[in-house]
Design a protein around this ligand. Structure first.
Ligand SMILES: Nc1ncnc2c1ncn2[C@@H]1O[C@H](COP(=O)(O)OP(=O)(O)O)[C@@H](O)[C@H]1O
Ligand SMILES: [Mg+2]
Length: 268
């Protein structure tokens, strides 16, 4: 790689919000090196609903962790507004799949306020922003309730409110609905889209479901199996459950399915 490219350049209006630039990500275990992704490149523009789609183990979570700044690429870089990401920050908030990502000893309001208060936002502003975010995920009646009293779907809504209240540049979601039943999952997908319509945030959403990718995404980055490489990018103009019933949905699902199962590139 050209050394000059690795230097932070001044941001320009033409830059994408996030650029994942030739990124190879590895894990070192005591006895071997696991290459999770190989030279992955894609861009995320402000307002995108970018979906990372691929089979289990292809490195989707690892890419999300690199955008979050939890792990560093061994090759390439990840940039936010053209600045190389070197660690985690409140400008990138993550929602995980697990229902236990909330603090069990804090009520819903306390959970949503927590990242704001530890990031220096005043108590009064944190409370106002938390109540607004809780309202947006339709949980106003549950502000004074502990997480163990909530259903899985409600816990995920709290996690979304907690992330959104920080007003991040990018919301990162790692298979947030994978552990929910099918009906709740559809409802949550629609609520997320409604929230996106209302608030207008930038979303990076990981899933291994072609259907979920098409319902949620405006752009889908299709990854090949382990180690993950970008197989194709698919634009998707429609969104929501109604889209499922259209011939276009079926055609796109078929096209993506072929990409996932037939056309995997081989790592060099
Ligand atoms: N902490 C880790 N240590 C070693 N290998 C890991 C670790 N986390 C993930 N991997 C490996 O990296 C690859 C990609 O994992 P992951 O990003 O979790 O895939 P996905 O989210 O697409 O299912 C897999 O082969 C996985 O076994
Ligand atoms: Mg994963």
């Amino acid at each position: 790689m050209n050394e000059t490219l690795a230097i932070n350049a001044a941001p320009s209006a033409l830059d994408p919000l996030v650029r994942v630039n030739g990124v190879t990500l590895q894990y070192k275990t005591p006895d071997h090196l696991v290459t999770a992704t190989y030279r992955v490149t894609f861009e995320i523009d402000a307002g995108d609903r970018l979906v990372l789609l691929g089979p289990s183990g292809c490195g989707k979570s690892t890419i999300l962790k690199a955008i979050a700044g939890f792990i560093k690429p061994v090759e390439g870089d990840v940039r936010l507004r053209n600045k190389i990401i070197t660690g985690p920050g409140p400008d990138r908030m993550m929602v995980f799949q697990e229902f236990d990502q909330l603090l069990p000893w804090k009520k819903v309001l306390g959970n949503v306020m927590y990242p704001m208060t530890i990031n220096g936002i005043s108590e009064s502003e944190a409370k106002a922003r938390a109540l607004d975010a809780i309202d947006k995920v339709k949980l106003s009646k549950f502000v004074d309730v502990y997480p163990h009293m909530l259903s899985g779907g409600m816990k995920q809504r709290v996690a979304i409110a907690r992330a959104m209240a920080m007003k991040p540049d990018v919301l990162l979601m790692d298979e947030p609905y994978a552990a929910l039943d099918a009906l709740t999952r559809r409802k949550m997908q629609d609520e997320l889209l409604q929230l996106w319509d209302e608030v207008g945030f930038t979303l990076v959403f990981v899933t291994h479901s072609i259907e979920e990718a098409l319902v949620v995404g405006s752009r889908i980055v299709v990854l090949s199996p382990h180690p993950g490489q970008v197989n194709a990018e698919v634009n998707c103009q429609h969104m929501g459950q109604d889209f499922r019933d259209t011939p276009e949905f079926q055609a796109l699902a078929k096209r993506i399915s072929r990409m996932l199962f037939d056309d995997a590139p081989t790592a060099s």
